[in-house]
Ligand binder design. Structure first.
Ligand SMILES: Cc1cc2nc3c(=O)[nH]c(=O)nc-3n(C[C@H](O)[C@H](O)[C@H](O)COP(=O)(O)OP(=O)(O)OC[C@H]3O[C@@H](n4cnc5c(N)ncnc54)[C@H](O)[C@@H]3O)c2cc1C
Length: 283
């Protein structure tokens, strides 16, 4: 939508964390408060060179942060908006408030949110930056738990994050810490299990964790790889424990991951929208 006008909240770059080439976390400071539910997205309207380009991005921050919004974004070469986010001049303008580039944010939008009345355990399946809404959900769930652990119901959250290389595992430290906290404290009523998986292990020699695309963990067979103990444990858990009676699955990111996971889970009785909820980033 080149030339579109943004009537949203003016935003400036607060912090940018570069994780890998073309993969960053952006934190934008807003001129006024912004309220949303974890899982929703906002539209970024970037104006540069006289052109305004809007694109939707899932919000990664917790809704308790109302004046800063965090986004987890990857560069799409030849894309319309993202190359500007990797342009140092544009970033400098967004940080300093210079007029040659500006950012406005509208929203929130989207129905990819947690159903607070659903007591089932949660499975989050993300590919790439599709992790963003699950970071917001995880932060909010954990904040609510820490505010009143005694009021929490017993629940587990499994976060499956598929990327090509381990260096693209954004938020790894934060999710590993929650995983470790759960392991150290089995009485913790809200348990987090972080399950990162990489699809190009042959190019990542130090990696000893789960291998394959996120959806492959739901399949009985590991394909042509000899499974490692972690993969065996994961598949055993999927085979013996995963059921729509006890679990609701949220999937976000690349269309292939979403379509394949939905197909595999449908064969196991998971119904779209009821037991499996999806957010596609592009088609
Ligand atoms: C609800 C929603 C939430 C989203 N949240 C995020 C988010 O949190 N983080 C994020 O990085 N992106 C997110 N996206 C994608 C984002 O809106 C843009 O599509 C993406 O950043 C590319 O924008 P662009 O203008 O640079 O490229 P465009 O000019 O829009 O796209 C160029 C081409 O690249 C394809 N494409 C779009 N996204 C990708 C991608 N990630 N990888 C490979 N090819 C792609 C498109 O199909 C298109 O053909 C979300 C999309 C939706 C619908």
């Amino acid at each position: 939508m080149p030339g579109a006008k943004a009537a949203g909240i003016r935003a400036e770059l607060d912090t940018r964390i570069d994780l890998a080439t073309g993969l960053s976390i952006f934190r934008f400071a807003l001129q006024r408060e912004f309220f949303f539910q974890p899982g929703q997205y906002a539209t970024l309207w970037l104006t540069h060179n006289g052109e305004t380009i809007p694109r939707p991005y899932s919000i990664a921050s917790s809704p308790s942060e109302t004046r800063i919004l965090e986004f987890y974004i990857n560069l799409v070469e030849n894309g319309h908006l993202t190359p500007s986010l990797w342009d140092p001049e544009v970033m400098h303008s967004l940080k300093s408030g210079r007029e040659d580039a500006s950012l406005a944010i509208t929203g929130p939008k989207g129905r990819f949110v947690l159903d607070l009345n659903d007591p089932r355990d949660l499975i989050f399946v993300a590919s790439g930056t599709g992790l963003a809404p699950f970071i917001s959900m995880t932060r909010k769930l954990n904040e609510d738990y820490l505010a009143a652990p005694e009021n929490s119901r017993s629940r587990t959250v499994r976060i499956i994050h598929g990327v090509s290389y381990s260096r693209s595992l954004g938020y790894r430290g934060e999710l590993e810490a929650l995983h470790l906290e759960t392991q150290k404290n089995p009485a913790r009523k809200l348990g987090f299990f972080y399950c990162p998986t990489i699809s190009r292990p042959h190019l990542d020699s130090s990696w000893t964790g789960l291998r394959g695309r996120a959806e492959s963990l739901f399949e009985d067979s590991p394909g042509d790889m000899t499974p490692n103990p972690l993969e065996n444990a994961m598949r055993e858990w999927v085979r013996d424990q995963l059921s729509p009676a006890t679990h609701v699955v949220y999937i976000c990111g690349h269309p292939g991951t979403i379509d394949n996971t939905v197909r595999i889970l449908s064969a196991r009785g998971f119904k779209p929208d009821v037991d499996v909820k999806v957010e596609k980033y592009y088609s």
